[in-house]
Design a protein around this ligand. Sequence first.
Ligand code: AMP
Ligand code: GLY
Length: 400
Amino acid sequence: PGNAGIARETVSKTGEKIDCRAVKATDLEGILGLAKDIQPDLCVVAPDDPLALGMVDHLTERGFRTWGPTKKAARFEWSKGFSQEFMAKHGIPTAKSKVCQTAAEAVDFANELQGHCAVKADGLALGKGVIVCHSTTEAHSAIKSMMEDSQFGEAGKNVVIQERLEGLEMSIHALCDGRTWKLFPSAQDHKPAFDGDKGPNTGGMGTFTPAPFLQPEEFENVAKLILDPWLKGCKKEGIEYKGLLYPGIMMTADGPKVIEFNSRFGDPETQCYLPQLENDIVELMEACIDGSLEKVELKWKRSATVCVVIASGGYPGQYEKGKEITGIESAEALGEVKVFHAGTKIDCGKLLTSGGRVLGVAATADNLKMAQERAYKAVEKISFENCYYRTDIADKALKS
Ligand code: AMP
Ligand code: GLY
């Protein structure tokens, strides 16, 4: 169904207005019906839920050319247990961990780690199914909430317990056509809700690219350490991965370690990548489908981007919706600023909030410092009742 931001876009090549239709992204039959109606040249399945439901398989089997991993391939995201076992089997560096089917097993392993662990729901939980613990008491209560009180429903039936890693977090994004992979520049997300990485984990409160903690060649080497054995493992296990793979990694004193795999573009990393991408993204997607990624060269503008998320007060817990948003036009008038919509809608001609993360304000410049200044200048122009954002996005990079 899109949102108020997508609805105001136009097709860059033709100038046509975007036509949003009220079909849910998870409605397999509804989307198929829509495809039959509009006969698209290309379908793109982007979010985690429809990927996990097998939307790509559903459309491809009925003759529609579709970009994204199949249900089997997207399992890297919809089962953290599967990913963890895959990494152990194929020599991909990751945290010490255990996949647990009972609370007793989980408690034992958390005790072994003295409570210094991350307790993770096996399945999809809107990016909220991870509790990072600092004591056995915290770990036991996280295990109880997932496995006994079913806080995340079926997703938390099994859990993965990982040792708690220390280090800088980074995001890897790689396109894959089943044969080879092509790397995006480094990025860093900010998952905790408040400044200084305080507060509960969210889906992501801001990002920047490039992440200057590593030189581009060093970053490429880190990615190789993960993506080469991953792709080899996929081939061995008959998984043909076509789409985007996004491993979240921690740069520890012992080297880089994968903390999770996502089978889609990161949010809000993508809000930083797209303003910098020179290639036509549709051509990249076609190359993934056709297995011709080897011939493609990814081209990036040499600039930096910072994206700051503006959220509703209370998110990631309870928050109110329906607040009027103002100032987007003056934010974009600053130049090299793009305001991406997430939880917004138009009602009676007014732009209103309709979600927890409401807007992603992305600013591009020649370097991170300038991009950060521009992003915050833009953010200050925008307001709605009870909005909040982190004021330290990209600080770590600028201080490093
Ligand atoms: P995930 O959804 O698995 O990426 O986890 C969400 C967030 O929890 C990550 O971005 C990290 O900040 C944190 N986290 C996850 N796993 C670990 C771990 N093993 N050690 C420390 N922090 C973690
Ligand atoms: N950047 C966090 C996510 O997309 O899962």
